[in-house]
Design a protein around this ligand. Structure first.
Ligand SMILES: *[C@@H]1O[C@H](CO)[C@@H](O)[C@H](O)[C@H]1NC(C)=O
Ligand SMILES: *[C@@H]1O[C@H](CO)[C@@H](O)[C@H](O)[C@H]1NC(C)=O
Ligand SMILES: *[C@@H]1O[C@H](CO)[C@@H](O)[C@H](O)[C@H]1NC(C)=O
Ligand SMILES: *[C@@H]1O[C@H](CO)[C@@H](O)[C@H](O)[C@H]1NC(C)=O
Ligand SMILES: *[C@@H]1O[C@H](CO)[C@@H](O)[C@H](O)[C@H]1NC(C)=O
Ligand SMILES: [Zn+2]
Ligand SMILES: [Zn+2]
Length: 603
């Protein structure tokens, strides 16, 4: 390989830090099954990284398969951009949002600075050469984070951070707010190889955003004069990054897929201009071919997946997509580099700086030792290995009782929305960082003391309300066209046998993706880890045996206070609950409950 113009490759003798990845990370022993297929335009894409810049450091399967950190990723991207240049083709790097919320690096600041301030704004993500980024809903739950994004993250990107339908209100004076796009609305640029690109960054019609942030519906977006003008001239390709899934979910309530609206708006003007869509939000790998010249892909969550998409922009050009497991084997295999020549100086520095911040914030402090694994979506409540079972049956009631001993004479029902529980717990040391990967959100616990006749109907009432609202929203949904390539398509099993020639026992646990595009997409062939689609429904601690007249404390986190209050007021006429007057149950907040539990029960 030619000497790099992008980065210096250090000789092995200078590698002082642990061969990269974070200290203590267990490396993968799995390898990709076959090389990538390049085109004249190529993309690497990430989405929903949620602060997993350290990568996955646990030794339990399949965590080692995702053990590369952002420093490793930076080295990989740097080499891949060089390879593209040698081949005389383009490689663009795209992110589809949700950088915030999810690990100690985003949520564990001891000084209470805005979420993800260090990880995003100041330090880490800005070192990656992203060509286009879009915003996610998690960047907008708090005004302070949105403002921090606008003031400290957006300027770095020089027009590459795209928020086509998201504004933020900026205050010069307390009562003089000016609405302005959070990032840039669109980007027109020319690639190194001279292709003209028009790019947008779109967020689904998110409605739980903080006051002071504005999310315009996608229907309204495509009617804007500036949007019509921006798509008027035909580029060589449209690049649509955005925080909405590229596929329909089984349970569509959480995930609003408005891609078809943008797609049709462009197709009306440009029937055959190539459109590349990069989705997000549902935390799943998927792919849909929309027409002969348009494809939509999505790459999963938590830095488990780096997506690959390539195409030839020729008359009979093909495409190829792949979901790469994020480990150093994957990165070295596809860059044809050995361990001793893979790391770039910038990559190693990023690894080092991430490790330093993790230490500074005590993210490796051990709260206790988990006696077993609990899984987020391999099994469901009330399975003994489900994290929901641990949380609802054990953690929540135990910690609420510990936090409010003065209320121990009244039975309790603790309600929580499932979507706020974010990850597995693995057997062994449970650290401060693990606390944030399981439950990163900081909420107070409110309560209302009601007769059991009311209390026992709150969870069902809240779920009914959620479903009714989803139905209303979905009534207007436009379906994604999906061109299934069935002609001559081989079954997944046949393709899998072709790309993996070893005995089945050698397969490792991981994702086996069934998307709607041609051929077999997983880069490393795995035994299926399974997993279910989870709706963000309301669940509760086990209901006590009570008479209808007995009083109970119904406890719920502030995040879902409004829907719960609405349901309480409906079920309990004559009462008039409102959030400002709700009492707080205990001094413990939601991002502390696992710590309190681990300290008490796992030592
Ligand atoms: C991938 O995960 C499987 C288990 O999942 C593990 O056996 C295998 O060693 C992993 N590849 C790894 C882990 O390096
Ligand atoms: C966003 O800000 C721009 C510029 O100030 C303004 O013209 C536009 O109306 C705003 N959009 C929304 C949806 O508030
Ligand atoms: C991909 O999307 C299709 C269509 O919505 C769905 O049937 C399939 O289960 C999805 N695959 C994954 C891995 O989520
Ligand atoms: C693009 O064309 C080249 C040359 O014909 C071919 O080798 C490659 O496989 C094509 N790439 C894709 C993604 O179809
Ligand atoms: C309920 O309380 C709110 C404010 O807390 C008040 O504005 C409203 O008038 C009250 N409604 C009834 C029916 O008492
Ligand atoms: Zn997400
Ligand atoms: Zn999201």
């Amino acid at each position: 390989m030619k000497p790099s113009i992008y980065a210096l490759t250090l000789p092995a003798c200078l590698l002082q830090i642990a061969g990269a990845s974070q200290p203590g990370a267990t490396q993968s022993n799995a390898w990709p099954a076959r090389p990538l297929v390049w085109g004249d335009i190529n993309f690497l894409f990430t989405t929903d990284t949620h602060g997993w810049l350290m990568g996955h450091t646990k030794s339990r399967p399949p965590e080692p398969n995702y053990s590369a950190d952002f420093g490793d990723f930076l080295s990989f991207v740097t080499h891949m951009k060089e390879i593209a240049q040698e081949k005389g083709v383009d490689l663009l790097l795209v992110d589809s949002g949700d950088l915030h919320d999810g690990t100690g690096l985003t949520d564990g600041s001891p000084t209470g600075q805005p979420n993800a301030h260090e990880a995003c704004s100041n330090k880490f993500i800005t070192r990656l050469p992203y060509d286009v980024l879009a915003t996610g809903n998690h960047e907008l739950y708090k005004y302070s984070s949105a403002l921090d994004t606008r003031q400290n993250f957006v300027p770095h990107w020089n027009g590459r951070y795209l928020t086509s339908n998201v504004n933020v209100t900026l205050y010069q004076q307390p009562d003089m707010g000016i609405s302005a796009p959070l990032g840039a609305r669109y980007r027109k640029f020319t690639t190194l190889q001279g292709k003209h690109v028009t790019a947008f960054g779109v967020l689904f019609h998110f409605t739980w955003n903080a006051p002071g942030t504005i999310v315009q519906s996608v229907e309204d977006l495509v009617e804007q004069v500036w949007f019509r003008e921006a798509i008027a001239d035909p580029p060589d390709l449209f690049l649509l990054a955005g925080h909405m899934p590229v596929h329909l979910e089984e349970d569509p309530d959480v995930n609003v897929n408005d891609w078809p609206i943008v797609y049709y708006a462009i197709r009306q003007v440009h029937p055959t201009t190539p459109i590349f869509i990069f989705g997000g939000h549902s935390h799943k790998r998927n792919c849909t071919v929309m027409d002969e010249h348009a494809i939509a892909v999505q790459g999963g969550r938590y830095m488990e997946t780096v997506g690959w998409l390539s195409a030839n922009l020729t008359e009979d050009g093909g495409y190829s997509r792949r979901y790469l497991d994020t480990n150093r084997n994957t990165y070295q295999y596809h860059t044809r580099l050995r361990e001793e020549s893979f790391d770039t100086a910038a990559g190693l520095k990023l690894t080092n700086d991430i490790a330093e911040l993790a230490n500074k914030w005590n993210l490796h402090d051990v709260f206790g030792y988990a006696p077993q694994d609990w899984y987020l979506d391999r099994v469901d409540y009330p399975d003994k290995q489900s994290i929901m079972t641990l949380f609802l049956d054990e953690v929540l009631p135990t910690v609420m009782r510990l936090g409010a001993p003065e209320r121990s004479h009244i039975p309790l029902l603790a309600i929580f929305n499932r979507g706020s529980i974010r990850y597995d717990i693995y057997h062994g040391a449970f650290t401060r960082n693990d606390q944030y990967t399981v439950l990163p959100f900081k909420n107070d616990f409110f309560y209302a003391t009601v007769p059991w006749a009311v209390g026992k109907r709150v969870v069902d009432g809240a779920n009914k309300k959620r479903e009714d609202e989803a139905q209303l929203r979905n009534a207007r949904r436009i379906m994604m066209p999906s061109l299934r390539h069935t002609q001559g398509q081989e079954s997944d099993a046949v393709v899998m046998q072709k790309v993996f020639s070893g005995p089945e026992e050698q397969l490792t646990l991981g994702y086996v993706t069934q998307d709607l595009c041609d051929g077999y997409a997983d880069d490393t062939i795995h035994l299926d880890i399974g997993g279910m689609d989870r709706a963000d429904d309301y669940m509760s601690s086990p209901p006590p045996e009570l008479d209808d007249d007995d009083l109970i404390d119904v406890i719920f986190p502030s995040f879902v206070a409004q829907p719960i209050v609405d349901v309480l007021n409906k079920l309990f006429p004559g009462q008039n609950y409102s959030i400002p007057t709700l009492p707080i149950y205990c001094g413990i907040q939601s991002d502390q409950v696992f710590e309190v539990y681990a300290r008490h029960m796992w030592n």
